[in-house]
Every structure is written in structure tokens, then in C-alpha cells.
Design a protein around this ligand. Sequence first.
Ligand code: CS2
Length: 499
Amino acid sequence: MKNIIKLNQKNLAEISKEIPTPTYNRSQLKTGIVHVGIGGFHRAHEAFYTDQLLQDESITDWGICGVALLDFDTKIYNTLKEQDGLYTLIIKELDGTHTKRVIGAITDYLFAPENPGKVIEKMASPDVKIISLTITEGGYNYNEATQEFDFSNPLIQHDLKNPQAPKTIFGYLTQALKLRKERGLKGCTIQSCDNIQGNGHMAKRMLMSYVQTAEPELTDWIETNVSFPNAMVDRITPATSALDIETLKQTSGIDDAWPVVCEPFKQWVIEDDFIAGRPAWETVGAQFVKDVVPYEKMKLSLLNAGHSVLGILGALYGYSTIDEAASNADISSFLRIYMGNEVTPTLGDLEGVNLKNYKFSLIQRFGNTYIKDQIERICSQSSAKIPIFILPTVYKQLEQKGSINHAAFIIAAFAIYSLGQNEFGTQLIIKDAMEAELNEKAIASQNNPTAFLELESIFGTLKNDETFVKAYNEAYLNIVQNGIEKSVKDINSNVLNDI
Ligand code: CS2
């Protein structure tokens, strides 16, 4: 039985006998980055890249302060506090081995609901050059139906009335930028790391909408002093399980309350537009490019949409992990046809990218049996994901009169999924900000399938498109009448099965 050691700064020397730990002097790092949303993804991605970089001890400007924004984030905040910002990253390799290291890039952490003023001050600190975000697709407060910032959100209304004690990212950024301006400080970069097409543009457009109402005289200053680079981010990071925590204890003797598990693959393609400077992330594998749009499109419409396809179909088949769904021959054919026939024709030429290899590598990544990515995680917040991951493909294919049958099938499967139970009687755990509306329309769809498409904040005006509605209705009825397995076989039949 191994001696178990708690993960914290004091125990690092002892822990380094088991796995690599930060060798740089953490206490000397300045906070150059404030990151909002310190979930698994940030800790497997930006914080990982930054940790790699900091191993060059001459680099001392880029420590990260992690901000937990929501009440719900109290657990991660407390964990980081107890562990001095340290955590173990466990990379699950394709051969089943684990590569582990303690990541030290997060040197400070704040819990916004406890002390909003402190977060605003930190964001306005002269040392801070970048405020990066993983606030999820839904966090941008964009309304698909109006294509505008959603002022009807009660939290936004709260922030407008309580500028010093905000609850949303928009309230925080506005106050922090206002302080920077008032104090004659330089601006900074706001760097989105979320899965949104043009994530930097989206961050800017949504923030500017808010600022125009909350602090109109700040808009010009932001235009000149703040940059919003777009980026494509990628690393599959499932939720940490109790087994992951226990295995780390048993194999390395490390008591870490919240390690992060992820796949070996990682990618970060960023537009080089950092108004106040940036870490040399390119020295540790990030790519800086002029135009990131093609990379984003490729990743969102193949990887993220591929995940949603496997997640939604997987749930209806009764699977609980992505690799299980990916190993089902019919689901896998479905995915390959969707990628090949429906997504690929929308992507155009991607300079420097071998699309076929990319798609093959996705199939391999989805099938990694050691990752055990939860279908529940993938399907969570689908109401925000579908408009970003799948619908752009549908719109483009409708415009160019390409096939949309598999996409329409997925939307029909999502309507059935939203009933909260699959045909085998398994309860589906639906975690979605629109859970109630989804369920209400899913029930109405049992008599009239198109009722589901009335959810305008997801589907916009798609319910008026005859081609789409026809394919959707057929798929819906096929699933209900013949069951998911037969209907997936049916829709795949007679289509060339190649990505
Ligand atoms: C997933 C992503 O949330 C989702 O539905 O597709 O979290 C995905 O795992 C990451 O974007 C991978 O880079």
C-alpha cells in the first residue's frame, strides 16, 4: 500500500519522486492572465500549455489567476485553494497508459460570488495582459432567434442595476475595463477559448452590446485598447470520475481532490492579435495564424458536431460513453456519412489541412476506450451546442442544395431524446438551461413532430424550410415507428459509406 500524500505546494518535493511536478518558482510568477471558468477544459488546455512554457524559468510574467464565476463553482474554488492551485493532469494515452504531471500555472484563484470587487480589481491590474474565458457556448448570452445579445436574461438585468456586484462575465469585464480606462492603464486582450465560430468576434459583439447600454462612454476606449482574437481550441476532457481520483491515489500515492483527465491530442490555433503582449505559446505547440476561421469551422462542424451525433444517438441506444457509441457499426456509419456527405461539402478548401486525415483521426479519438467520455457531458446544454455545431452545416447545405438527411435525423433524435427517456425505458439525464422548454416541445411533438422546431432560440426559422421539415418529419416518424436501431440502418442504407 502506497504512502498517500496530499497535493499541495509544501508536498511537491515528495510528490516529484512519483510524477513530474513544476520545477519553476511559482511564488515569483506575476499574474499575467486572469482566466474565467476553471473547469477541466481550461486545466487540460491553456493552463497545460502555460505550464509547459513556464518550465523556462526566465519566463515570469504569465502566472494564471483562475476565477470561479458562478455559485455552482464553489467546489473547484475550494479545491484549488486547499491545493495551492495545483492539480494533476492525467493524460490517457491510446495504449491505456497514463502520463501524469502536476500543473503549477494557476498561482492565484478567486471566487467571484464571495468577493466581486476583488475580481474586478484583479482584472484591472496593470500586470494582467490577458483575460481568457471558458464560459461555455451558452455563456455568451446570444439569442439565436434575434441574433442579438439577450437583455431579457434576469442576470443581465441584475448586472445593469448592480454594476459593482455583477453576476455575469459582461458585468465584470465592463467594470474592469472602466477601471483601466479611469486609471489611465493600458488595455488588454479578451481571449475566448469556447467552442463558437468566431469566438473572439462573438465575445466582442456581445460585450459591446452590453457596454453600449451599461457604460456607453466606454465603447470607444474598448475599440482602441482591447483586442479579441479568435481561436480554435481542442482537447477532449471528460468529467473526472471517482475512479480517476482513486486510481491516482493507488498508483502514485497522490491525494488530489480534483485531478483532470484528458486525451493525448491537443490543438490550439490562435489569431495573433494580443494588444498587450502574450506568452510565446508557439514554443510549446500552439499555432498562431492570420485567419483561424477555417480551423474553427472544421473543428466545430466535425469534432463537436460528431460528439453531438454520438451523444444523442448513443443516448437513444442506451449507451453511456462516447466510445461505446462510436464502436457501434451503425452509429459509426451514420457519423461517417454525416461527415462525408453533409459536413465536408460545406468546408471548402482548408489550406494546409488534410481533411481526410483529420476525419480519420477524429474517428480514432472518439473510439479511445480509455477516455470514457460521458454521453451525459456531451448532451448537456445541447440547446446551446446544436445551433453552433450542427445548424451551420444545415443552412449551408440547404443553400447549396446538398444533402441534409442525416442532420435532420439528428435533430429528430434530439426531439425524442428531450422526452427524457429512451425507447428501452432508460431515464436520460438532461442538463440544459432550456430543459423545461425542450421537454414541453418534445411532448407536443408526439402529436405534431414539427412542434419541436418552434423553439426559435435554437432553430430560428428552420421550421419554414420545406426541405428540412420533410426530412425531419420522415426521420421522426421512422424512429418512433421502427425504433432507433432500425431507423439508423434505414437512413444509412444506399448512401456511400465513406468519410
Ligand atoms: C464537446 C467538447 O462539449 C462538447 O459537446 O464536443 O467539450 C469537446 O470535447 C471539446 O471541444 C474538445 O476539444
